[in-house]
Design a protein around this ligand. Structure first.
Ligand SMILES: *Cc1c(COP(=O)(O)O)cnc(C)c1O
Length: 469
């Protein structure tokens, strides 16, 4: 030990590392076992300054002490997304096995950008992607990659769409500003992608439930000038809008995209997870027409942050759109026996290069529990959603605004203004009961319960509804 120079000490597995490993695994066990974990709440910056203060020092500190500081002071200042009554935004509910395997992914530190460096990890990730592609009815040649989230997935898919649009036009569209036609309920990340791409977005009107039909898509596209029609690089449908959880008419919109010869992207970041639930599978009819599809395992597919499964009908297009070329990378692009049967490099299929094998936690969980367990867990969340809607329908102080289609229930408290909603929301978080923030629908303040956690119970929902009295 004495002959190890100081710079190497940081990379040396000594007694302190061993103690730390035990403590970290112990914490991992305890955190994973918590049922439920405490809801917790964010401290203010000044509170954290007082409680925690400066953590990084020139001389360093004992690792166990820093770990304890995280466990006792920093972690409790983060709301537990996996608490069964965290029902705001889109929560997460990772399986125990996916969380634990995330530790394995971390310590293995595989570079999963290329087949050359990460073949085994990529092979396993691809099987998880295949499961989703099969549920969606995508062809055998389809494939993709796990990216950080829906925002990255939508951008990468739309970049591939734009490449394809320009490539097919043989130069005629190279100097033309692209146009994305998106369903009215499309997520903010589609507009954000358009901003990055310097593209325009037109949103198609929705019906009273927030859904875009094929007829509405046709009407909008037909109303465009020939010049604008030529600018369309992609049509985007949403399979599960984030705010109210409705699925667009994928069949109708997909057929319009086919008619126009335009790329059809389906944003299922939240909702496409329910492809594995037979009771709602019909809502997704037409999804098989997609050229690209995204779904976030960190939302409703019981995986940890961060991951989005991005799938392409023809991954070769994505490869052409995204591959980076550099002297030091050329070795990864060899033709012949390295491709296609040794698969594509995940780095080449999205707007990224280096990447963590972030699909492995969900792969491990799928391999361990089997896809039937996913189907059952998904149906359980849908069932609790339906029963929650019944509770709301039968109570006199609240009003159901929309029948839930997937797992979002939208309702209002009779007679309350926006401020009263916010105060109630703050109060129940403070009490550690639940995390439910107000949203809006047609300009009106509403509450939405988004259920993705098989541990969420009807009794829990009942207690939230009671607290609104
Ligand atoms: C959440 C969501 C996104 C964005 O996903 P992130 O993982 O948060 O980047 C995109 N589209 C839809 C429909 C979503 O629900």
């Amino acid at each position: 030990m004495s002959d190890i120079s100081k710079p190497q000490l940081m990379h040396f597995y000594d007694e302190e590392s061993a103690e730390l490993a035990v403590a970290i695994v112990k914490y991992a066990m305890e955190r994973t076992k918590m049922d439920p974990p405490p809801l917790d709440k964010p401290y203010t910056l000044s509170e954290l300054n007082n409680i925690v203060g400066q953590t990084i020092k020139p001389e360093g500190r004992n690792g166990l002490e820093v770990l304890q500081e995280f466990i006792d002071e920093l972690a409790p200042s983060c709301i537990s997304v996996d608490h069964p009554l965290f029902l705001s935004f889109v929560p997460g509910a990772p399986t125990e096995s996916s969380l634990l395997f995330d530790l394995v992914v971390s310590v293995s530190n595989v570079y999963a950008g290329s087949w050359l460096e990460g073949a085994g990890a990529v092979y396993a990730e691809n099987q998880a992607l295949r499961w989703i592609a099969d549920l969606a009815g995508m062809p055998a040649e389809s494939g993709g990659v796990f990216v950080t989230g829906g925002t990255a997935g939508n951008l990468s898919a739309l970049l591939a769409a734009r490449w394809n649009w320009r490539n097919k036009a043989n130069g005629a569209c190279d100097a033309i500003r692209p146009l994305i036609v998106a369903s009215g309920g499309s997520h903010s990340s589609v507009a954000q992608a358009a901003k990055v791409m310097d593209a325009d977005v037109i949103k198609v009107p929705v019906d009273e439930r927030g859904r875009t039909s094929g007829a509405a898509m046709k009407q909008l596209v037909d109303s465009l000038s020939e010049t604008d029609k030529q600018r369309i690089c992609a049509i985007v449908a949403t399979s599960g809008t984030t705010n109210v959880g409705v699925v667009d008419d994928l069949q109708g919109i997909g057929e319009q995209a086919r008619r126009l010869g335009t790329w059809f992207h389906v944003d299922g970041a939240y909702g496409a997870a329910a492809l594995c639930a037979p009771s709602v599978r019909h809502l997704f009819n037409g999804i098989e027409l997609c050229d690209s599809l995204i779904v976030d395992p960190h939302k409703w597919l019981f995986g940890p942050y961060d991951s989005c499964a991005l799938l392409y009908r023809n991954p070769e297009i994505a490869r052409q759109a995204h591959t980076q070329h550099a002297e030091y990378l050329d070795v990864l692009q060899q033709e012949g026996d390295k491709r296609p049967d040794e698969a594509m490099n995940p780095a080449d299929l999205a707007h990224h290069l280096s990447r963590r094998a972030r699909g492995l936690p969900v792969w491990f969980s799928l391999a361990m529990h089997g896809t039937d367990a996913y189907r059952d867990a998904m149906e359980a969340t849908l069932q609790v959603t339906r029963e929650s809607a019944d509770i709301i329908r039968n109570a006199t102080h609240v009003d159901l605004v929309l029948e839930p289609e997937l797992s979002v229930t939208v309702f209002k408290r009779l007679g309350w203004n926006a401020q009263q909603y916010q105060q109630w929301s703050d109060r129940i978080l403070e009490r550690g009961l639940a995390f439910v923030v107000p949203s809006s629908w047609n300009g009106e303040t509403v509450l939405r319960l988004c259920i993705v956690n098989p541990r969420t119970t009807v009794a829990g929902i009942q207690s939230i509804i009671e607290s609104l009295k």
